[in-house]
Ligand binder design. Sequence first.
Ligand code: PNW
Length: 440
Amino acid sequence: MTTFEPDFLWGAATSSYQIEGAATEDGRGPSIWDTFCATPGKVDNGDTGAIAVDHYHRYPEDVAIMRSLGLGAYRFSIAWPRVQPLGSGAVNRRGLDFYSRLVDTLLDNGIQPWPTLYHWDLPQPLEDAGGWPERDTALRFAEYAQITHEALSDRVTHWTTLNEPWCSAFLGYATGRHAPGRQDPAASIRATHHLLLAHGLAARAVPGSRVGVTLNLSPVTPGSSSAEDLDAARRIDGLQNRLFLDPVLLAEYPDDVVRDLKHVTDFGFVQEDDLKTIAAPIDFLGVNYYSPMLVGHGTEPRPSAYVGSEHVVHLDGGRARTSIGWEIDARGLLDLLVRLERDHPAIPLYVTENGAAFDDEVHDAGRVAYLDGHVRACAEAVSRGVPLKGYFAWSLLDNFEWSFGYAQRFGLVHVDHSTQRRTLKDSARWYADVIRRGGL
Ligand code: PNW
């Protein structure tokens, strides 16, 4: 039997726009995702998060489900446009009150609240003023973080600043697959810097609390040992992993990545002391892992999220895939965790997202197998000395899967999107057993 320490934290994760709905209720302002969803052709099937899985109204039922699973913690995100409908200035009490009620309900049920301050729903007025490519957005974020921390820090101990800034910057501003849907490579690098700056400023704005940031990281393997494939892997590792890890944990941008991006931007937007701010002390690093990457050199340049590396091609590793098309490889999670411990030994780690989309409904053997393999990888990492302190499954509930709309289901709990009825999947029962036994 594979067991974890008794204080290993078992959780599940969601995010505001993906589950809450109630998009115009209680004074919430519009976010870039409302706008993006309203733009024809951006989201499959014309789906939107306007109602989502109605968690805004059904949170008591959802917390009861969490309790029935035995979750130790629940990772959710706070919608900035509920707290500050304009993204700055006036605070909307009714928005904060929702999170206050949610936090109280979680604590009453013995579940630690783990809020993330930003999971992609930027207030639309801030995008209208230029969005993340503008430095001012980072300053506004610090203000929002402070307001939210003041309202909840009497009950919330662990704060996460950002979820996956790679996605916000590159899917939002380079490929345009995510809101706000812009396709401007130079803007995506400015966005990266200002997201990182926002993280650092917010980390300083939550004194007395534990604070971290969640990154989507992935091990990158070259398709062959040719010099060109090795260089492709170095580039993608640079943009996916080190462009975020190095400033946050080492107070520097990786030289090779800056060099790779020379024809995109000169990094002239980096001001004195920014890197010191970005590297504000943090208490944990959140790791989101779904799939590894295998890359090589392509002959023809193609539009890519990896700006400046348009010659890199993504190769097929020959493994089974989930319904969203991502290859399944639990070994990738082990490799990633071991590498993080090697490069940054001091920082406690949490897997803040890991999970799989499958088409099956309640009997989800594919998801059980996926989670089982990845939890085993976590156990192996711990046994090799990796300071991994917890694991959050993505996701508690089927929800709005961004540009895929409701067609992709990641939940441990099935949601009937016409009736909002929740039904535990086999994976939820399996996870409850893991939690009860403290391992596999
Ligand atoms: C993460 N990619 O998103 C997010 O944190 C979740 O909100 C989301 O539901 C989950 O993973 C599953 O997708 C990602 O294209 C979306 O590389 C896209 C990518 C990565 C992560």
